[in-house]
Design a protein. Structure first.
Length: 67
């Protein structure tokens, strides 16, 4: 069920935002994105309500400062 351990992409974030709007569970999102449910849970915990654009901006900033 899980994919590789790469960072969530912007297109995945857009899908997560759409899935949230549709009322999908974390498990359903994880299955569709081939990610771990815990990865989805972590991503959703980063900003509420979930907004792909905001998550992408903060995700990009975190990656550049942590490497």
């Amino acid at each position: 069920m899980t994919g590789d351990q790469s960072s969530i992409t912007y297109s995945e974030r857009i899908k997560i935002e759409t899935f949230c709007e549709l009322g999908l569970t974390n498990i359903q999102m994880a299955e569709r994105l081939k990610r771990s449910p815990s990865t989805i849970s972590y991503e959703l915990s980063r900003c509420q309500p979930y907004q792909a654009e905001l998550a992408q901006t903060t995700g990009s900033a975190t990656q550049t400062t942590s490497h």
